[in-house]
Design a protein around this ligand. Structure first.
Ligand SMILES: Nc1nc2c(c(=O)[nH]1)N[C@H]1C(S)=C(S)[C@@H](COP(=O)(O)OP(=O)(O)OC[C@H]3O[C@@H](n4cnc5c(N)ncnc54)[C@H](O)[C@@H]3O)O[C@H]1N2
Ligand code: MOO
Length: 406
């Protein structure tokens, strides 16, 4: 009997997966930039606000009141006439403040005197008008440059482009962003026993990973380009890996030493460098990471081999595929997310364990149905707890790995 490969420690495996350079920068329209990472810092192209702006509906006023009304009003998007001292003009929230205007009197604080036609500030006396009181200069004005000046750094390179980042970039004047290219992934799902539709029958079961993994990986910035179900056997797997032009090939199943586990043979034939060949983690220990021969652009390509048991495949995805894809896509590390254990989390005697957990308040509890072939616990989970060898006691702090949500 031959001994298996020496497993890589779990933290070390994550570090190996992260040790890749980011893919090259590309320009993308805002509408196509979501989920990418910024390849350059986001710098304001304009002052924000770009001009002095009314923060409220009311009147723009010039100097102390009472004020004579002048003009029909300023709406957002309009170009106002200058205001002379002692005059006021109706103004809408977001409208540009007229030159000479030094405050905004809110609609609910002002009253036009029926006799004189003058605008009075009645904010000091809820019972009635208080002629002569002045709204303080600067009141309810958003001054030009309050949020940023043109040239100010808004976000560093490596920031992930979220919906909020798209909004900020648009506000700051951008039509296009320079982002890292998204890693392209070929997902190869292996196993003659797998059915794509219908009920399990005749010893065969449904493929759970074809439906599960694309959403998980694209949520990490990857573009899943191919996802065939491959039959067991050396030939189909070898050809699919050899012919793939994706940045990353992700396989499921065939990592262990069963009679139809051809992944190691196929890899030997393609000629990669094995970077990780099994990890000291449960479930998922037969996972592997290999550097494939370079593609047409000379860049290294990678293969992540995930075990076939579905929860073990997810453990492999979060350990190897997620850090690799985040780094290829140029995303900065978010830093670990920690939580307190509300109850003891069971561990493995020697290996790290990744355990589906649910949040209760600010703490986490383990979920049942956490076997390597099960997804029932994970489907209810808020995250995967990283449980050290021997387990974690109630009150201990553990790292939590995110699970995707819509
Ligand atoms: N003698 C040993 N046997 C096994 C070991 C071991 O160390 N020594 N490790 C076990 C562990 S742990 C795992 S995990 C699996 C890894 O197996 P493979 O990666 O080779 O995967 P398969 O043999 O193809 O399948 C395992 C299991 O998972 C089911 N499967 C596969 N793909 C899917 C899918 N897409 N959707 C749903 N279920 C899937 C498959 O039917 C098998 O039941 O090896 C253990 N054995
Ligand atoms: O570790 Mo296996 O990966 O238990 O299912």
């Amino acid at each position: 009997m031959t001994a298996g490969p020496l497993p890589t420690e779990w933290e070390e495996a994550r570090a190996v997966a992260r040790a890749v350079p980011a893919l090259p920068p590309v320009a993308r329209d805002l509408a196509d930039a979501l989920g990418h990472a910024l390849a350059e810092p986001l710098t304001a192209l304009t002052d924000l606000p770009p001009f002095d702006t009314s923060a409220m509906d009311g009147w723009a006023v010039a100097g102390p009141g009472p004020w004579r009304l002048d003009g029909s009003g300023v709406l957002a998007g309009g170009q106002p006439e200058p205001l002379r001292p002692g005059t006021a003009v109706p103004i809408a929230t977001g409208a540009r403040l007229p030159q000479g205007g030094d405050a905004v009197l809110r609609r609910e604080d002002g009253e036009v005197d029926a006799g004189s036609g003058l605008l009075l500030d009645r904010s000091a006396s809820p019972g009635g008008p208080a002629p002569g009181r002045d709204v303080a200069p600067g009141r309810d004005i958003r001054p030009r440059g309050q949020e940023c000046r043109a040239g100010d750094p808004l976000l560093p390179a490596g920031a992930s482009v979220t919906p909020t980042v798209l909004g900020l970039a648009a506000a700051a004047g951008y039509d296009r962003l320079t982002v890292h290219r998204r890693p392209r992934v070929d997902l190869l799902v292996l196993g003659d026993e797998l059915l794509a539709t219908g009920l399990p029958r005749d010893g065969r079961i449904r493929d759970a990973l074809g439906p599960l993994l694309p959403g998980w990986l694209s949520g990490q910035g990857a573009e899943v380009v191919g996802r065939p179900l491959l039959p067991d056997g050396f030939g189909p797997l070898y050809e699919a890996v050899r012919d793939s032009t994706a940045d990353v090939v992700v396989t499921t199943g065939s990592t262990a030493a069963g009679p139809v586990d051809f992944l190691h043979d196929a890899l030997r034939a393609v000629g990669p460098r094995l970077l990780v060949d099994s990890v000291a983690v449960r479930p998922g220990h037969p996972m592997l990471l290999a550097e494939l021969p370079p593609g047409a652009d000379g860049r290294p390509r990678h293969l992540v081999g995930l075990p076939g048991n579905p929860l073990a495949a997810v453990a492999g995805a979060v350990t190897l595929a997620v850090p690799l894809l985040r780094r290829l896509g140029g995303h900065a590390d978010a830093g670990p997310l920690d939580a307190v254990c509300a109850a003891a989390l069971p561990g493995h005697p020697r290996d790290t364990r990744l355990l589906p957990v649910r949040r209760t308040g600010r703490a986490v509890v383990p979920l049942p149905f956490d076997g390597p072939a099960m997804l029932r616990g994970l489907a209810l989970a808020d995250g995967l707890a990283v449980v050290p060898p021997g387990g974690a006691e109630a009150g201990a702090v553990v790292e939590i790995l995110d699970v995707p949500r819509p």
